[in-house]
Design a protein around this ligand. Structure first.
Ligand SMILES: *[C@@H]1O[C@H](CO)[C@@H](O)[C@H](O)[C@H]1NC(C)=O
Ligand SMILES: *[C@@H]1O[C@H](CO)[C@@H](O)[C@H](O)[C@H]1NC(C)=O
Ligand SMILES: *[C@@H]1O[C@H](CO)[C@@H](O)[C@H](O)[C@H]1NC(C)=O
Length: 337
C-alpha cells in the first residue's frame, strides 16, 4: 500500500514536495502581487462605496489579495504563510493569463494589453478575462456578502467594461439576482470555512462546486470570443474548460505550491495558427505533451458525449482514487523534470 499515499499526506504537502525547497514564498506569487492593492483603503471611494476597476490587472488582482488575506485565518492551522489556502488557484491562474498575454485584446481592435512598457489593461474581448471575471468578481462579492471581508454588502461596486455591460454584474445585490445559484455556492463555501467541523476534503468540494458553477454561468455567454483567436488557441480554450471539469471531479488541491508547479505545464503564450502540439518548437516537452493530452481529452469527451467525464466523476468519488490520481500526476511531472 506504500504507493497509495493517504489523503492527509497530500494535504500537508508531501505531494510536489520538491517545491517545498522554495525558500521564499513570494517567488511563487503571481506577477505584480506586491504592487496590487491589498486592502479596501487602497481603492478609491465614492459616496461611501469602494470603487474597483476589474478591467485593470492590478485592481482585479487586488480583489484576490484581499480575499486571500481575509481567509488566511481559516488555513493558518494547516500550514504557515497561508500556503494551503485553496483560493490561491484563482490569482495564480489569473497571473498566468496575464504573463502569457491572454488578457490583451485578441481582436487587436484596441491596444488594450499591448501598450509598451507593460500595459495593465484587461480586455473585455479576451475570452480568458471574461471567464476569469466570474472567478474573481463573484467569489469576491460573495465573500463580502458572507460577512468575512469586514465591510457591508452595499459598500463595494465594480466598474463595467467599455462594452457588453449586460453580461456582467457589479455589486452584491445585482450578482445575486443575475447569478443566484453561483453566488449561493460561493456563499456556502465561505460558510463552510467558518464551521467548526471543517475538513480539507470538504473545503475542496465546496470550492469546486462554486468554481464550476461560475464557469457554467460564463461559458455560453462568451462563445463569440473564440473567433478572435487562432484555431489552436480557440481549441485550447474549449479543451481547457473540459479539463477544468476533470480537475473539479478530482478535487484538485488548489494550494500555492501545487498550482504554481502545475502551471508550468500550461502554454506560456497564446497559440499561433501554425502551432501543432506536441511539436511546438519552443515549448517544453511537458507543455507539448499536456497540450496534446488535453486536446485529446476534449475529443474523447465530445465523441463519447461526456460518458468519459461521467465515468471519471464516478471513479473520483472516493478519496483513495483521487489520491492515487494525484500521485500519478506527480510521477508524470517528475519524469519530465
Ligand atoms: C523574499 O523576497 C522578497 C522580494 O524579492 C524580499 O523582499 C524578501 O525580503 C524575501 N524574504 C526572505 C525571507 O528572503
Ligand atoms: C493581511 O493584511 C494586513 C494588512 O495589510 C497585514 O498586516 C497582514 O499581515 C495580512 N495577513 C496575511 C495572513 O497575509
Ligand atoms: C517560438 O516559436 C515561434 C514560431 O516558430 C516564433 O514565432 C516565436 O518567436 C518563438 N518564441 C520564442 C520565445 O522563442
Amino acid at each position: 500500500m506504500a504507493f497509495l499515499p493517504s489523503w492527509a499526506c497530500v494535504i500537508v504537502g508531501c505531494f510536489f514536495a520538491s517545491l517545498a525547497e522554495a525558500s521564499n514564498f513570494s517567488d511563487l506569487y503571481p506577477p505584480l502581487w506586491e504592487e496590487s492593492p491589498g486592502q479596501f483603503a487602497d481603492y478609491s471611494v465614492e459616496n461611501g462605496k469602494y470603487i474597483i476597476n476589474p478591467w485593470n490587472y492590478l485592481e482585479r488582482m487586488g480583489i484576490y489579495k484581499i480575499l486571500l488575506n481575509q481567509t488566511a485565518g481559516y488555513f493558518a492551522k494547516l500550514a504557515p504563510e497561508n500556503e494551503l489556502n485553496v483560493l490561491w488557484g484563482l490569482p495564480l491562474q489569473y497571473g498566468w493569463q496575464y504573463s502569457s498575454g491572454r488578457l490583451a485584446d485578441p481582436s487587436q481592435k484596441t491596444n488594450c494589453g499591448y501598450k509598451p512598457g507593460g500595459d495593465l489593461c484587461v480586455s473585455v474581448d479576451s475570452w480568458w478575462a471574461d471567464m476569469n471575471y466570474f472567478l474573481s468578481a463573484l467569489p469576491f462579492l460573495a465573500a463580502v456578502d458572507s460577512g468575512i471581508m469586514g465591510i457591508s454588502s452595499d459598500q463595494v461596486v465594480l466598474l463595467p467594461p467599455p462594452k457588453d455591460q449586460m453580461e456582467f454584474c457589479y455589486d452584491v445585490s445585482t450578482c445575486h439576482s443575475s447569478f443566484p445559484e453561483t453566488m449561493s455556492k460561493w456563499n456556502a463555501f465561505y460558510q463552510y470555512l467558518q464551521s467548526p467541523f471543517c475538513n480539507f476534503d470538504n473545503i475542496l468540494k465546496y470550492l469546486w462546486a462554486a468554481h464550476t458553477s461560475s464557469l457554467e454561468d460564463a461559458v455560453k455567454k462568451f462563445e463569440d470570443r473564440y473567433e478572435y483567436y487562432s484555431k489552436p488557441e480557440a481549441d485550447f480554450e474549449r479543451s481547457w474548460y473540459t479539463t477544468v471539469e476533470y480537475l473539479a471531479a478530482l478535487l484538485f488541491p488548489t494550494t500555492l505550491f501545487i498550482v504554481h508547479d502545475f502551471q508550468k505545464v500550461l502554454p506560456p503564450r497564446i497559440l499561433a495558427a501554425t502551432d501543432v502540439a506536441p511539436y511546438i518548437s519552443n515549448f517544453t516537452d511537458l507543455q507539448n505533451t499536456v497540450l496534446f493530452g488535453i486536446n485529446i481529452l476534449y475529443d474523447v469527451n465530445k465523441y463519447t458525449d461526456s460518458a468519459f467525464l461521467t465515468a471519471w466523476k464516478i471513479l473520483m468519488k472516493t478519496a483513495d482514487t483521487r489520491a492515487l490520481t494525484l500521485e500519478v500526476f506527480e510521477i508524470i511531472l517528475n519524469m519530465f523534470n
